[in-house]
Design a protein around this ligand. Structure first.
Ligand code: 26W
Length: 742
């Protein structure tokens, strides 16, 4: 980065009568002009991350920080009378749903930060994740037209476009390169579909509604579109440098498949090597088996993709043939390994007319990883138990991480400054130095409390401005912010809050420390029950906030359009991070790590990375409750009767769904939700009622402990001090060493 030239031009920039969008584009383009080039990839081993989602969030501040000019830019703009915060108006690039998409963004940031060559391939959606509005408590989806702000941080590469062939259409894939700044510059290459109105639909929407037939087919086209473009490019680049012998391909190209969405690329790779370069099928398969690696991010059956063979044949007949060949080859190998019939069936790539993409990935991938210790254990003993028995060396754990550049340095510069003052600045490039905080003094605790007070105030001000709800500064802030899904159990939190509410009203709860519960969640547009829960949360918030007899000690806020930028404010200002999924269902969680790094205690179940957070920060500095994976397995075995767990207080809370306390707008959806807990045959599938009372008691304990401000701050500080493990720098170092060899 030619800093001096950039700052010189910035000083000369005339900002008179220019609007925010123009200024945003001019300043960003200036940074791009002086940023320097993408690091050379020739002759070196590179890793490539194929993902349907990259949830990059807002680039402006992050990129200027990574380029080392953010502070000077703030100052120069201030001298011109412009507050740099005006660019918060520029919306996030929300090219992802949450979890695995934001992880992909963190991975790219850490690899660049560490100087490792990891590049991303994805889709340049015209419309990213919908913008959420709330009308009468209901979620309303609005299109995310993120490109209306311009896209100064990526460059269209017309000269490197490619043709993608389907049976019924040819699509032009045009690459847009978004540089990823750090110690070296990597690239995120997003493909845009062009060539006809029909072709353009392929990169129009992130995850089209998949509850309809055409929605499914479009998703299949999307998966093939970007992964075929990516692998075609990597093959062409290799052939240009090394000719048509592919024996060196695996050592130079480590390809990570982010969930099953890009897994069809394996068949495409073999199709090209056999059809265009005349390799034998077994040769091509063998090379694939040394090139591809697969990360599993969920055990939920509805998220494990399988494709009807007739679908694939309809638009990609050659690819379908290759998939079938792999399936036959795999079956033969299973038999050679001595598998029984049902063991082979458990790993089968093709059965019942469907291609099972996770089984394809497990069979071909050189390495298969889960995203937290417990999750990987579940993969080995449950989801992929048979494959693990016959291919044990494939499986390994890679606990997730989050980039501390965005999730601490950028979003919490006050805490970052306190860390600098306490342990020096080395932690910023070597995050392990954060552990030096463990020897903190009283002075550090006092300063930490001041930082938390400042960040909380900033958050409360933002919430007052955005949501129109004012919260006094002395409130304890609890936050549950994540996608809305029944397994994440936002509903259980609402019931626990209602129990607090009734306890306060009945006087059975003494001087409860004033508490705010923040919910932030988007529901998939087609997920009815999740949308009902959003309505319920808003109903409960309205009632509690307007009750003068209690709202001096209890408030609830549903923050609208929760996104990366909102998350940056919430993780920094919150006291307690609510991570209450049904044990065994949250593969890892990454929000839990962001809260921990910013000094929130975790109130959660023994699930996903919560287990490792508690291991590292200490059980005494966190609040664990609820059934464990083992206890749930036992309940499943012996039969689970939710009614048995319904205490009187819990009964009051749950009955509000049907006793008219709240309105579902006449949809009957609250009754349906109630029945799902108590009336249907596999009632309360996520054990909400089993854990509710433990949860309520834990929240009461947290409110009691919080009264000891100094003691609580010490717990929070211990979480910061022991959060280095959860930086994606550590994760990426492990992938680089144990999977990619870069
Ligand atoms: C049905 C709900 C659902 C929807 C999408 C579950 C899983 C998905 C994706 C296919 C996978 C995903 O995003 N999983 C999340 O990945 C994160 C990064 O590894 C983990 O931290 C989350 O625990 C996991 O749910």
């Amino acid at each position: 980065m030619e800093k001096a030239l950039f700052l010189q031009d910035l000083k000369e920039l005339n900002i008179k009568n220019k609007n925010v969008i123009d200024l945003y584009n001019e300043i960003s383009l200036l940074a791009m002009k002086y940023a320097g080039d993408i690091g050379d990839t020739k002759g070196k081993s590179n890793a490539y991350y194929l993902s349907m989602e990259f949830l990059m969030g807002r680039s402006f501040y992050n990129n200027l920080m990574e380029l080392g000019v953010l502070e000077e830019t703030k100052q120069i703009l201030a001298d011109k009378g412009l507050d740099v915060n005006v660019f918060e108006e520029i919306e996030d690039a929300a090219l992802g749903n949450g979890g695995l998409g934001r992880l992909a963004a963190c991975f790219l940031d850490s690899a660049a930060g560490l100087g490792l060559p990891l590049h991303g391939y994805g889709i340049r959606y015209k419309y990213g994740l919908f913008k959420q509005a709330i009308k009468n408590g209901f979620q309303v989806e609005l299109p995310d037209d993120w490109q209306r702000f311009g896209d100064p941080w990526s460059v269209r590469r017309e000269d490197e476009k490619r043709q993608i062939e389907y049976a019924d259409m040819t699509v032009t894939a045009v690459p847009y390169d978004m540089p990823v700044f750090g110690k070296r510059i990597n690239y995120l290459r997003l493909w845009q579909a062009e060539g006809s109105a029909e072709a353009e639909t392929i990169s129009q929407y992130l995850y089209p509604a998949d509850d309809t037939e055409e929605g499914k087919l479009l998703r299949l086209r999307q998966e093939y579109f970007f992964s075929a473009a990516a692998i075609g490019e990597l093959i062409d680049r290799y052939v240009k440098s090394y000719g048509k012998k592919f024996d060196k391909f695996p050592e130079l190209n480590s390809i990570q498949l982010n969930d099953t969405h890009p897994v069809i690329v394996i068949a495409e790779f073999i199709r090209v090597l056999t059809k265009t370069y005349r390799l034998s099928f077994s040769q091509a398969l063998n090379i694939a088996r040394h090139t591809f690696n697969y990360t599993n991010h969920t055990v939920l059956p509805e998220a494990l993709e399988c494709w009807k063979e007739e679908y694939v044949r309809k638009i990609l007949p050659d690819v379908s043939d290759v998939l079938t060949k792999i399936a036959v080859f795999a079956d033969r190998e299973f038999l050679k390994l001595g598998c029984s019939k049902e063991q082979a069936l458990g790993m089968a790539i093709f059965k019942g007319g469907n291609f099972y993409m996770a089984n394809l990935a497990v069979f071909v991938a050189k390495n298969v990883n889960g995203v937290a210790a417990l999750h990987t254990q579940i993969l080995k003993t449950n989801l992929f138990a048979t494959a693990h028995r016959f291919y044990p060396d494939k499986f390994q754990n890679k606990t997730n991480g989050i980039t501390h550049r965005r999730w601490l340095e950028l979003c919490n510069k006050e805490l970052s400054a306190l860390i600098d003052e306490t342990v020096g600045v080395g932690w910023r490039s070597d995050i392990s130095q954060l552990s030096g905080l463990n020897g903190f003094t009283q002075d550090t605790v006092d300063k930490f409390r001041e930082v938390k007070r400042v960040k909380k105030q900033q958050l409360l001000n933002y919430i007052a401005e955005k949501e129109g709800v004012s919260i006094p500064a002395n409130f304890t802030v609890f936050a549950q912010v994540k996608r809305l899904h029944e397994y994440k159990r936002q509903l259980m939190t609402v019931f626990a809050v209602l129990e607090l509410y009734y306890s306060i009203k009945s006087g059975s709860l003494g001087n409860m420390h004033p508490s705010l519960f923040i919910f932030g969640a988007k529901s998939a547009p087609s997920y009815k029950r999740a949308k009902t829960i959003i309505k319920f949360i808003n109903e409960v918030a309205d009632k509690i906030n307007s009750d003068e007899s209690t709202n001096s000690v209890l408030k609830v806020v549903f923050v609208r359009n929760y996104n990366v930028s909102y998350a940056e404010k919430i993780v920094a200002g919150a006291d307690v991070s609510l991570q209450v999924s049904t044990a065994g269902l949250e593969a890892s969680g990454t929000g839990n790590m962001k809260f921990m790094m910013n000094g929130a205690v975790t109130c959660g179940t023994m699930d996903g990375a919560n287990i490792e957070i508690v291991e590292r920060a200490g059980l005494e500095n966190n609040y664990i409750f609820g059934a464990t994976v083992e206890e749930i397995a036992k309940l499943k075995l012996n039969g689970y009767k939710p009614m048995e767990y319904l205490t009187d207080f819990a009964k009051n809370a749950v009955e509000t769904l049907i006793d008219g306390t709240f309105s579902d707008g006449g949809t009957g959806s609250f009754k349906e939700l109630y029945d799902s807990l108590l009336a249907s045959d596999n009632a309360d599938n996520y054990y909400v009622l089993r854990d509710l009372d433990d949860y309520f008691k834990t929240l009461v304990k947290i409110c009691e402990d919080y009264a000891d401000k100094d003691g609580f701050a010490r717990k929070q500080l211990k979480n910061v001090a022991n959060s280095a493990y959860f930086s994606s720098d550590r994760t990426i170092k492990e992938y680089a060493k144990e999977i990619w060899n870069i």
